[in-house]
Design a protein around this ligand. Structure first.
Ligand code: HEC
Length: 124
């Protein structure tokens, strides 16, 4: 009986770990990546108005637009950046960055992008 209880406890706690997504990114470190790889389309202010972005259809996402804030969760944003727009039904002009960045760099740049979200949307 004692052994059975142990198994139940272990099973429940590992299940909880598998379900939760933790970004663990460092926005301060992600800034450099953003400025070299993302600014041309998404813009310095994260408003989607970078110099190369204007010519694209659809336009690069504005991270500061409250209308996009609910969609841009930690997990979703990390996935788009890692796997590209096509992986989430968005434009393939947003390429997958997994080949150009290590996982911790992907997480850092994600954290930096999330800082552009309007203050009200950050409170979950
Ligand atoms: C060549 C231009 C270009 C570059 C460079 C670029 N993106 Fe994008 N990105 C796009 C476009 C276009 C979309 C919009 C896709 C859509 O609306 O279908 C997008 C969408 C996104 C989205 C949100 C998807 C959504 O649901 O609206 C995120 C997050 C994102 N990009 C992050 C990044 C990051 C981080 C970088 C740098 C590592 C980057 N992008 C570089 C063009 C670009």
């Amino acid at each position: 009986m004692k052994r059975f209880m142990m198994m139940v406890v272990v099973g429940v706690s590992s299940g909880a770990l598998a379900g939760g997504f933790e970004l663990k990114g460092d926005a301060a470190k992600g800034e450099a990546q953003y400025k070299t790889m993302c600014v041309s389309c998404h813009g310095e202010k994260g408003d989607g108005a970078g110099p190369a972005g204007g010519a694209l259809t659809p336009k690069p996402t504005s991270f500061i637009d409250p209308a996009n804030a609910a969609r841009l969760t930690d997990e979703y944003t990390y996935k788009v950046i890692k796997e590209g727009g096509a992986a989430v039904g968005k434009s393939p002009l947003m390429v997958a960055w997994a080949a150009s960045m290590k996982d911790d760099e992907l997480r850092n740049v994600t954290a930096y992008v999330l800082k552009f979200k309007p203050a009200a949307a950050k409170k979950k």
